[in-house]
Design a binder for this molecule. Structure first.
Ligand code: MN
Length: 128
């Protein structure tokens, strides 16, 4: 069965790039362009992993990560933050918010593939 990946990203070209890439990698893709759409994406069947842009216009993407970590049915879902800031303090902020990993832009797809495979594998292992 295909894994479903939620992308939360407010930049349309970035969203398209990520979405096309994930599709080509064999994933099902859910897209959210705002924080509100991000929350709404959990109303139905939750995704298997989340790619989370930290800077969502005026909103902080990390709010979504913190919320996921507090929801009993969702807190095991891997969240990979995508950030323009590669500073050590920002990485700490991202991890503190409950993200499993942090990838900086421009995205290395080699790294993203490794991260997704690792965290999806780990997630599956905890559910079995
Ligand atoms: Mn953004």
């Amino acid at each position: 069965m295909k894994h479903r990946i939620l992308i939360v990203e407010d930049n349309e070209p970035n969203m398209e790039l990520l979405s096309d890439w994930l599709d080509a990698e064999g994933y099902d893709v859910l897209c959210a362009a705002t924080l509100a759409e991000g929350y709404a994406s959990f109303k139905g069947d939750p995704p298997d992993a989340v790619l989370l842009d930290v800077q969502l216009g005026n909103a902080n993407g990390l709010d979504l990560a913190e919320w996921i970590r507090q929801e009993p049915g969702l807190k095991h879902i891997p969240v990979i933050a995508v950030t323009a800031h590669a500073m050590v303090t920002d990485r700490e902020r991202v991890i503190q918010a409950g993200c499993n990993a942090c990838i900086s832009k421009p995205i290395s797809f080699t790294l993203l593939r490794e991260q997704l495979e690792w965290w999806l594998g780990k997630f599956r292992a905890t559910m079995e």
